[in-house]
Design a protein around this ligand. Structure first.
Ligand code: ZN
Length: 180
């Protein structure tokens, strides 16, 4: 098991559409184990394979809320088969820098069909944070980020701030390089 590097917006790989998982072998199970470890190390509640630069329809989720039963799973080829109600919380993403958070409109309750890491068909019925997390992760498989759902005004402000932050980071790196 290993903690993998999480790629960050605006890395264009995050925009790729992930392909279906067709082989359920040891290397897939190793990827799942690595994703759980990477998510835990980053203190996240969900992670999609594309975030560790693997364009496969694979997500891991680990949500433990008091009001609802805990949801901890690895889901290959997840499909939302039922979605109802409305919910909105401030979301963040391990691939969206500066710990940016913004409210996104989601369904409150979803049922998702998927295959587990051994290829067996499974269904999860999720409400609240787990439902939101599943929708957020499934979005990643289509190359979508939560910041795509916010207003263009908010998004513009964020992009500007991030560009400034990245320029600053680059300058710091160059300076460190020069003093070596
Ligand atoms: Zn995310």
């Amino acid at each position: 098991m290993a903690v993998r590097t999480i790629i960050e917006y605006p890395n264009p790989h995050l925009r790729n559409t992930s392909g279906p998982v067709t082989t359920f072998d040891d290397s897939l199970r190793e990827l799942v184990a690595d994703m759980f470890e990477t998510m835990a190390a980053a203190e996240g509640i969900g992670l999609a394979a594309i975030q560790v630069d693997v364009p496969l329809q694979l997500i891991v989720v680990d949500v433990n809320e008091e009001e609802h039963p805990p949801v901890r799973l690895a889901a290959a080829n997840p499909r939302i088969v039922l979605a109802e109600g409305k919910a909105s919380i401030e979301e963040g993403c391990l691939s969206v820098p500066m710990s940016y958070r913004a409210a996104v409109q989601r369904y409150e309750h979803v049922v998702v069909e998927y295959q587990d890491e051994n290829g067996a068909d499974q269904t999860v019925d999720a409400t609240g944070l787990a439902a939101i997390c599943l929708q957020h992760e499934i979005d990643h498989l289509k190359g979508r980020l939560f910041i795509d759902h916010i207003s263009s005004l908010k998004r513009g402000l964020y992009d500007k701030k991030l560009a400034k932050y990245n320029r600053y980071k680059k300058r710091e790196e160059r300076e460190q390089e020069m003093h070596r």
